[in-house]
Write a protein that binds this ligand. Structure first.
Ligand code: FES
Length: 158
């Protein structure tokens, strides 16, 4: 089924003739679609007279913007200082290996999106990750994998 672009057009139209609203437009589109579909970016580039490469540069500069749909569960691995020194990198590697996904990407089955974030605000539990709305702290690589397996028992098998 082809995605309807009418909502994106509506948002762009709302800001027609206004300056300094590009980020607001992009946020509005992302709120509707959950990410920034390629076709909506084409319209933004056209309507706002922005070269597509420039627009792409802006979109990729801001980590809040997503270029692909999110998975069912969002895993945020904290890379703040406390988590960094207590093993965020090891946890990331374990998750990357288990899910076969890179940071910023979604697994091919659409179950998980892996994100890298700054301090989650619970440094005393470092290293920690957040899956959806829940924080898991004092993790090791193995514990992180167990948490994910509890959410999705078939993940990382075979
Ligand atoms: S640095 Fe990870 S929660 Fe603060």
């Amino acid at each position: 089924m082809k995605m309807s672009l009418s909502k994106a057009r509506e948002i762009i139209k709302k800001y027609q003739g206004k300056e300094g609203v590009l980020i607001t437009i992009l946020q509005g589109i992302q709120d509707v679609y959950g990410y920034l579909p390629k076709d909506t970016l084409k319209i933004v580039a056209q309507e706002r007279s922005i070269p597509p490469a420039t627009l792409f540069g802006i979109v990729t500069f801001y980590s809040q913007f997503k270029l692909s749909p999110c998975g069912e569960h969002i895993i945020k691995v904290c890379h703040g200082t406390a988590c960094h020194v207590t093993g965020a990198e090891r946890i990331t590697e374990a998750i990357v290996g288990m899910l076969n996904v890179k940071e910023g990407e979604t697994t091919s089955d659409g179950k998980f999106t892996l994100e890298k974030v700054a301090c989650l605000g619970c440094c005393s539990l470092a290293p920690c990750i957040m899956i959806d709305d829940k924080v898991y702290g004092k993790l090791t690589a193995d514990k992180a994998k167990r948490v994910i397996r509890r959410i999705s028992p078939d993940t990382g098998k075979g």
